[in-house]
Design a protein around this ligand. Structure first.
Ligand SMILES: Cc1cc2nc3c(=O)[nH]c(=O)nc-3n(C[C@H](O)[C@H](O)[C@H](O)COP(=O)(O)O)c2cc1C
Length: 209
């Protein structure tokens, strides 16, 4: 393992439950892999490029087999920089609370930035092919409610299915989730218990890598 991209998707810093679990993971992971470079991108402090007309024009050009024209190059510079940073990692660590049954909007923005044809995926005569191959992703998530398989709210979970779909589309199919839930609905004692359980799972996962 040579490079990890830690994608941090909460604005809550030291208050974040998700980052508490992530920090436990990283403590063990760093000891086991001192050689691994960890690049952290905090999507709440990073300025992401807008998906403008020039950016979408470039996307359709690429999809039609063309190249980014000189006119579109300035708008595409930042898009290509984010794609290169993303693709340079062998392993992704995504720290992501649930927001409104899905992902925080800043992560959706980031996905819209990097999801470009011929960089992250391509269409072939056999269908779509993800181009981010041989990579692994770990998702550490927390949720105020409980969406576990036997809970009545399971069908409200658009976070895990969406992340598996979109990163799977990019070619990243080896995805492990560690989820602390509920962190709000049943009070502070249950929150603490579920965060501790997730921290233990995160430590075990780090020991297995
Ligand atoms: C804007 C916002 C939207 C949220 N939406 C949901 C939701 O749809 N379902 C849920 O179970 N919890 C929701 N929550 C609660 C968080 O998922 C939960 O408190 C989580 O543990 C916060 O993680 P953090 O401390 O790492 O930011 C939401 C919280 C915020 C701030």
């Amino acid at each position: 393992m040579t490079k990890m991209l830690h994608i941090c998707v909460t604005p809550r810093g030291a208050k974040s439950r998700t980052l508490k679990i992530t920090n436990t993971f990283l403590e063990t992971f760093k000891k086991r892999h001192p050689e691994c470079e960890i690049d952290t991108i905090n999507l709440f402090s990073e300025k992401l490029p807008e998906i403008s007309l020039d950016v979408t024009d470039g996307k359709y050009l690429l999809m039609a087999g063309g190249e980014i024209s000189n006119r579109l190059k300035p708008a595409w510079q930042e898009i290509e920089r984010h794609i290169a940073r993303f693709l340079s990692a062998d392993i992704y660590l995504l720290s992501c609370p649930m927001w409104n049954f899905s992902i925080p909007y800043r992560l959706k923005h980031y996905i819209d930035v990097i999801a470009q044809p011929r960089y992250l995926f391509r269409y072939t005569e056999h269908g779509a092919e993800g181009l981010a191959k041989n990579k692994k992703m770990l998702v550490i998530a927390s949720r105020g409610g409980d969406y576990s398989p036997d809970s009545p709210s399971r069908s409200f979970d658009h976070q895990e299915p969406y992340l598996r779909t979109v990163f799977g589309f990019f070619g990243i199919t080896d995805i492990t989730f560690i989820i602390a839930q509920p962190t709000d609905a049943l009070g502070a004692d249950v929150m603490l218990e579920r965060i501790t359980a997730a921290q233990n799972a995160a430590k075990r996962l780090a020991e297995s890598l």
